[in-house]
Ligand binder design. Structure first.
Ligand code: MN
Length: 287
């Protein structure tokens, strides 16, 4: 069993562009080692947006050295990037974008969602790439709800949607560079055990509900439980029906040096990223 080592949340939010009111639940600067291979998680919403004809979101910006994973629970997001890929994702869908050697992208509310207004509820997760993969070719995977296997948990504990990695004999559709799990969980009230491999870091991000672990530690909406990498499963007591994201993965034990949208291993690589971005080598977004 993995030992509970922390409870974390963040009451202070900030805006990403004018479309995404987020709370950053963890960040690599202080949590890089415990959370590896995950770098950051922004929980956007839930927030109500009135109908508008404006484009709300964040315009063209670069990334290098890691992957951005956008998971939509409510609302619709439109993405476009310099590899020529793009699309609109809605509830249950996921975008898995590999920035690798460098990508430019823009992230906006979809036209349809903006026009009708409604609730936006989504997560953006940053997944690190190991040193030898940081300069891999940029790529984009649209992972649609219908491609994601949904399985029942044992003992009627709820449902798991396997976005990435292997879980209970099923494999998620997202291709990953290092072994990891991203699992969307609907947990029913009661005690349950969730398998995560020995040696992997593990955390449970509670988006809605209340989940207890360790000696009476309770994570509520937008709080997360962080577990040790030793042991083979996490034991939780779900106090009310909850929606949670299980993050598990083999740690990448390498230095993390980041600056804004770039996450590399050294200061020199960050300087190079800034130089490459300003000289235009990240390409262009075609409109
Ligand atoms: Mn971005």
């Amino acid at each position: 069993m993995k030992k509970l080592i922390g409870l974390q949340g963040n009451d202070r939010g900030h805006w990403v562009g004018d479309g995404f009111p987020v709370r950053t639940l963890f960040f690599y600067q202080d949590m890089g080692k415990q959370m590896s291979p995950f770098l950051m998680l922004d929980y956007a919403g839930p927030a109500e947006f009135p109908p508008t004809t404006e484009r709300k979101g964040v315009g063209s910006h670069p990334h290098r050295g890691f992957e951005t994973v956008t998971i939509v629970y409510e609302g619709e997001v439109a993405h476009k990037d310099s590899t020529g890929q793009g699309g609109v994702i809605g509830p249950g869908d996921v975008q898995w974008m590999t920035a690798g050697s460098g990508i430019l992208h823009e992230e906006f509310h979809s036209e349809g969602f903006a026009k009708n207004g409604g609730t936006l509820d989504m997560v953006q997760l940053w997944v690190n790439l190991s040193a030898k993969l940081k300069m891999t070719k940029p790529a984009y995977q649209a992972v649609l709800d219908k491609q994601i296997p949904a399985i029942e948990l044992k003992n009627d504990a709820g449902q798991a949607r396997i976005i990435a990695g292997e879980f209970d004999g099923h494999t998620g559709p997202a291709n990953t560079f290092t072994p990891l799990n991203v699992i969307d969980l609907k947990l029913k009230k009661g005690s349950t055990s969730i398998p995560v491999s020995e040696g992997w870091n593990a955390s449970l991000v509670v988006l809605k509900g209340a989940v207890e672990a360790g000696e009476g530690v309770v994570a509520k909406d937008a709080q997360m439980l962080i577990f040790s990498n030793q042991g083979q499963d996490i034991q939780v007591n779900v106090l009310e029906d909850s929606i949670a994201l299980l993050l598990g993965g083999e740690p990448i034990n390498e230095p993390i040096v980041g600056y804004g949208p770039f996450v590399m291993n050294t200061k020199e690589e960050i300087a190079q990223a800034m130089q490459d971005f300003s000289s235009g080598s990240f390409g262009k977004i075609a409109h």
